[in-house]
Design a protein around this ligand. Sequence first.
Ligand code: SF4
Length: 410
Amino acid sequence: MPSVPLDGVPVPDDGSLPASALAGVGSRPFGVYVHVPFCATRCGYCDFNTYTAAELRSRDGSAVASPRTYADQAVAEVDLARRVLGDREVPVRTVFFGGGTPTLLSPEELGRILAAIDDRFGLAPGAEVTTEANPETVDRDVLLRLRDAGFTRISFGMQSAREHVLAVLERTHTPGRPQQCVAWAREAGFEHVNLDLIYGTPGESDADWKESLTAALAAGPDHVSAYSLIVEEGTRLAARVRRGELAPPDDDVMADRYLMADELLSAAGLHWYEVSNWAAGPSARSAHNLLYWTGGDWWGIGPGAHSHVGGVRWWNVKHPAAYAARLAAGRTPAQARELLSAEDRRFERILLELRLAQGCPLDLLDDSGRAAAARAAADGLLDAAAHARGRAVLTLRGRLLADALVLDLS
Ligand code: SF4
């Protein structure tokens, strides 16, 4: 496995990219991610780069950064992206607003950032434009205004339908609210609606998880993402697990919950296309995430956002005040970058493509990887027929062991 440098190398102040990275820009799919690093409160399991108002207050009580001034900063980085990529045609196929809680900005402010992306680059015909939304921060009116602003897809953080599970996660919404949001989103004209779920939370039973899946499906989304709970170091959840107040997630329980998810979602017509993602058909798949998973180019706007263009990956400074200060000084907000070697890129392709329903080509593997693939096919972890056709495609049992298989094959 190639090593991933922790610190990277410095980025020129103007953010310019090497000619090798710029070659082919516009011929590869291009997307824009906009990170909105604000939340009303911090959920106990979350280690994302996000800040509450209290965390952004200086000693004298004034705000060092705020959602109110954020759209201008994001637009300044869109302008920087345009300068760095030059005057090449770079139609934007996908835009994704994530967080944090993007919907702490008004639909009009989000729309202003989107309009700047469209103005500077041009949205490709039929571009997918998604925002994540915390169910408590939107209502029918907000969803109508988001649709008017040009959003085509919305992703609600539901996590669970069970109140005691939400309480362990320290999520603030009430059960039932995400389902109501799906109905409002449909009324507002959103064709594509995702619900995010989490399984394996301490205290969650099989019956609780089944109820969450059933409630999610009853709401009628055309896409569901279901992730196992990860106890991230430094979170309040990790502290509670360490103190013995909560049981750590159990691998066998996680596997059973995954199988239950696949069974219920598939029976409802949502089919897996990536290990943790199910969709009602090709048009319901997340084009933005597929762009990440298949080696496209994307520019990540915002504090801590990561970008990738032509084998160069960079990441922005994490704190919103540092981010704003860099842009105000006319400098790139990028903290550092790395130039991926051919071996890095091969490993990343295996890592990402193996998790897709289409799998990865066997000719991407070296000799020991191909031998491991043959063993995995014989063991029923890779689909034997696909293997015979030259592809490594996970079986249902293989999906449970995807991480270990990536290591074997790479
Ligand atoms: S709403 Fe999302 S980003 Fe914000 S703290 Fe909770 S999990 Fe983290």
